[in-house]
Design a binder for this molecule. Structure first.
Ligand code: CMP
Length: 145
């Protein structure tokens, strides 16, 4: 089933964007939207609000707002699960022995500095895509000329 998902390249891996886009195409997904941006702490907390009660929340928000990120809309068959498989296990350190070819092993370090993010469900993908690529008119620059 054709799906869309949100992929984020976190601050520790933005210099690897070339290799990462190659991995996306190798997984038979395509990039249909992309931008580089930088989140404020507040925006990062908003994006990760489902984790606000977790012990790692402050680390996560601090890290993801510490530098530029690249966000992409990916499209393809089973895009949500395929992209998460490319990422590999959440903790780059744990993933090292299990899934050595995964993106998080190649470009991440540990549970916080883990190179990338992918939506965990179709519902999350819809919310996260709307967060970074709002569809409602009136959010972008307005032509007044
Ligand atoms: P991500 O896919 O962006 O979604 C939630 C993030 O929380 C996850 O990647 C990790 O970066 C972070 N995370 C999850 N579990 C832990 C943990 N035990 N310690 C630190 N960070 C975590």
């Amino acid at each position: 089933k054709k799906e869309r998902t949100l992929a984020m390249i976190k601050p520790d891996a933005v210099t690897k964007v070339g290799d990462i886009i190659q991995m996306i195409y190798d997984a038979s997904l395509i990039v249909t939207k992309a931008k580089m941006t930088k989140l404020t702490g507040k925006q990062a907390a908003d994006f990760y609000m489902e984790h606000q009660s977790k012990s790692f929340f402050n680390n996560l928000v601090q890290f993801v707002s510490s530098g530029p990120i690249i966000v992409m809309e990916l499209m393809g068959d089973e895009a949500v699960s395929v992209w998460r498989k490319v990422l590999g296990p959440t903790d780059s350190g744990v993933a090292r022995k299990d899934v050595p070819a995964s993106l998080r092993v190649q470009f991440g370090t540990d549970g916080t500095k883990n190179a990338g993010h992918g939506s965990d469900s179709l519902a999350s993908a819809a919310r996260e895509l709307e967060f970074f690529f709002p569809s409602t008119t009136g959010h972008g620059p307005t032509n007044t000329a």
